[in-house]
Write a protein that binds this ligand. Structure first.
Ligand code: FMN
Length: 140
């Protein structure tokens, strides 16, 4: 059975909810999955996972200069080798994600080419469109 690891950084719970909905989507599609916060992250889960998704809330000036917040950047920069993993990013936001995903990718160093999905949600719930995106990610 394939495995998915979803790691979220959330301040007020919306990104956690999105991470948990992504986890449930994988489980429904026969992929063993686990959603954890950046603080709960366990390196062993990473090693054994085929799909790894990292999520953060959008920080910026609402319509421009969006970026992940410092805690997420510090977390992701210390993540070891991600080669061979199918990677995904997700973010929650209020107005616009703008440069959020590009800035998230920059933190992945050499692994940004492995990012096959950038999924966004305003309320933490998966839309029908998000479900389609995830399905094609699983099948890539
Ligand atoms: C300091 C701060 C800056 C934010 N900047 C943006 C922004 O630039 N664009 C946007 O759409 N939402 C912005 N937001 C809204 C959050 O990204 C949004 O509410 C997010 O879902 C919060 O996630 P969380 O509940 O997981 O903490 C900002 C929120 C805060 C507190």
């Amino acid at each position: 059975m394939k495995k998915a690891l979803i790691v979220y950084h959330s301040k007020t719970g919306t990104t956690r909810l999105l991470g948990e909905e992504i986890r449930d989507f994988f489980s429904k599609n026969q992929i063993e999955s686990k959603a954890v916060s950046t603080k709960e992250f366990d390196h062993l889960d990473l090693v054994t996972s085929d799909f790894v998704l990292f999520g953060c809330w959008t920080k910026g000036l609402l319509i421009c200069r969006q970026h992940p917040d410092k805690e997420w950047i510090d977390f992701i920069k210390n993540i070891p080798d991600l080669s061979g993993k199918k990677l995904g990013l997700f973010a929650t936001y209020k107005i616009a994600t703008g440069s959020m995903f590009n800035n998230m990718k920059k933190c992945l160093n050499g692994s940004s080419d492995n990012v096959l999905i950038s999924l966004k949600s305003r309320n933490g719930h998966l839309s029908a469109n998000n479900n389609q995106e995830l399905l094609s990610f699983i099948n890539k």
